[in-house]
Design a protein around this ligand. Structure first.
Ligand SMILES: [Mg+2]
Length: 182
């Protein structure tokens, strides 16, 4: 049996259904719903929308976002995995603590000089890209995977995720178990 592959996961829109929590924080700060989009570096999105990052982090309810159905069970099966997210480190860390999820490593927006990349995580954890699968929900996630030479698995359980040729489309979180060879 070959060694199982290692999963790196995006957080928002992939493991947790955080759209409403993200939107509510912007709306509380006076942003119009139609102006809000997803998957960006939070500092950039705050800048674009003309609000302060500190105010946003304060307004974001870290108790609100629930895991997508089946994700908690998946995390229970993965005993070694990591997070790579554009989320603010305070919000993301608070959510991991609340959910009692303990990845080997979690890199948030503060770990990157700009949008997230997988290379720093691969380097820090001494991972061979060919033995890694990145699970995400956006085009940027797919680009991150391709740039790092890592296979991309789409969190197709998020109705907002759009499948492209070459994706490993996961209909349900438990589909990842077989992809990893666990
Ligand atoms: Mg996402």
């Amino acid at each position: 049996m070959p060694e199982p592959r290692f999963a790196i996961c995006d957080l928002d829109g992939t493991l947790i259904d955080s759209d409403a929590a993200l939107v509510n924080a912007f709306v509380a700060l006076g942003v119009t719903r139609s102006e809000i989009s997803f998957g960006h570096v939070i500092a950039d999105e705050c800048l674009r929308l003309g609000i302060s990052l500190g105010d946003y982090v304060h307004a974001y309810d870290t108790e609100a976002a629930k895991p997508f159905p089946g994700v908690d069970e998946l995390i229970g099966v993965l005993d070694d995995w990591a997070i790579c997210s554009n989320k603010h480190v305070e919000s993301g860390t608070a959510e991991l603590t609340r959910l009692a999820w303990r990845p080997r490593a979690a890199m948030f927006a503060d770990a990157f000089n700009g949008p997230k990349r997988l290379a720093p995580l691969l380097e820090a954890l001494h991972l061979d890209p060919s033995r890694v699968v990145f699970v995400g929900d956006t085009d940027h996630d797919r680009t991150c995977a391709h740039e790092a030479g890592v296979d991309f698995a789409l969190a197709a359980w998020n109705p907002r995720a759009v499948e492209r040729v070459g994706d490993i489309a996961l209909k349900h979180p438990s589909d990842l178990i077989e992809v990893l060879g666990l």
